[in-house]
Write a protein that binds this ligand. Structure first.
Ligand SMILES: Cc1ncc(COP(=O)(O)O)c(C=O)c1O
Length: 367
């Protein structure tokens, strides 16, 4: 019996990083003396490029791959570093209607307008819905596939083409790509996945993280890859900001990108947890419960009032996020992160199931 609330609010990994990655970090402690390069060591860049080839079936020159200090700082800084909002007529950043909040924060830090791109009922971008004037003023479009919070998979080729036609940089945040559950198997690994770089690198960037893939969120390491001129320009600017991943973490990262076995095991854990929570959501009375197409969040339809649903669930001992914090289009949904140990997920599922009567009776949670 678990006492207290089960916290399913955050996607912060609860499983340990692989031993071989920790060993690689410890063995590289002697790299702490000299300054490291902002773009990353040749070994790290090569390992990331090799992973992209094996996993995503794209060939990328390691010179067009560069390290970042976890991907959140890159998300928050990209509009600023692209010089958006500097009075060149491109003062707008386009973000998904339902999105990870840091896209908007980064645009605001750069002094830009934030325009939300409408989404389809499967929570994918509906680029035809972007106003032509907003598109003409845009410097950057953020795509997030698999998406947080809604788990949709975008047509990345179409998004890249849309941006290229309009001279808008498209950055594809692919930090959940290893947890893609639907679609055709890709590359040597033979599991579903997709990257924006499949349509070439011109005018586009893809962003990848080891936080979720390898349970290294505390280690702060990821990479960005794509358009050679953009990578060179961003690398220069980021060097001036002192954005450098410490050497031992780069060694750990290179080892992590080179190993797939730990990811296979982690995929099994998340799928099991998602399925357990989804079953419970169905028997608790939620309608139209679906597993996400990617990512590790359940995005549940709870009727009109997501805040009331959050309160009902908190009363039952399960903490979740209200959908409206991801944008007005998220109202009426709640997000559950399947990112707690199995025993806690089981207990959360039992608590959801025990809510059956309340759901059927309403209490602000009805379709
Ligand atoms: C969509 C998305 N992008 C980026 C990040 C940042 O990840 P990190 O900075 O740990 O690489 C997160 C973290 O939750 C996320 O959900």
């Amino acid at each position: 019996m678990i006492e207290g609330a089960i916290d399913l609010r955050l996607g912060s990994p609860c499983d340990p990083p692989p031993d071989l990655v920790i060993d690689a970090m410890a063995s590289a402690a002697d790299s702490l003396g000299p300054y490291g390069k902002s773009v990353g060591s040749p070994v790290f860049r090569q390992a990331a490029a090799d992973w992209m080839r094996r996993r995503l079936d794209v060939e990328i020159d390691p010179e067009s791959v560069a390290a970042c200090v976890g991907t959140k700082e890159f998300v928050a800084g990209l509009a600023l570093l692209l010089g958006a909002g500097c009075g060149r007529g491109r003062d707008t950043v386009l973000i998904p209607a339902v999105a990870y909040p840091t896209y908007a924060v980064g645009a605001e830090l750069a002094g830009c307008r934030v325009v939300r791109v409408p989404m389809t009922d499967r929570f994918t971008l509906d680029l035809a819905g972007v106003d032509a004037d907003d598109a003409a003023r845009s410097r950057l479009l953020w795509v997030n596939s698999p998406g947080n919070p809604a788990g949709g998979l975008d047509d990345l080729e179409a998004a890249a083409a849309w941006g290229r036609e309009r001279g808008i940089v498209v950055c594809s945040d692919e930090c959940y790509v290893e947890y893609t559950w639907s679609g055709a198997p890709v590359g040597e690994v033979g599991l579903p996945a997709s990257t924006m770089l499949s349509s070439g690198t011109s005018g586009v960037l893809a962003l990848h993280s080891l936080s979720k893939r390898s349970n290294l969120a505390g280690g702060r390491i990821g990479f960005y890859a794509g358009d050679a001129a953009l990578i060179a320009e961003l690398g220069e600017r980021r060097r001036e900001l002192g954005l450098v991943v410490p050497g031992p973490m780069q060694a750990a990262g290179a080892t992590a990108w080179s190993d797939q076995q730990h990811v296979t095991e982690q995929r099994e854990r998340y799928l099991r947890r998602l399925e357990r929570l989804a079953e419970a959501a169905v028997s608790a009375g939620c309608f139209d419960v679906r597993l996400p197409e990617g990512g590790f969040y359940l995005w549940l339809d709870v009727g009109d009032d997501d805040r009331a649903a959050v309160a009902t669930l908190a009363g039952a001992g399960v903490l979740v996020q209200p959908g409206s914090i991801y944008g007005a289009a998220g109202a009426g949904r709640v997000r559950l992160a399947a990112v707690r140990p199995d025993a806690e997920i089981d207990e959360a599922a039992r608590r959801l199931e025990a809510l059956r009567g309340v759901l059927a009776g309403g209490a602000g949670w009805r379709r």
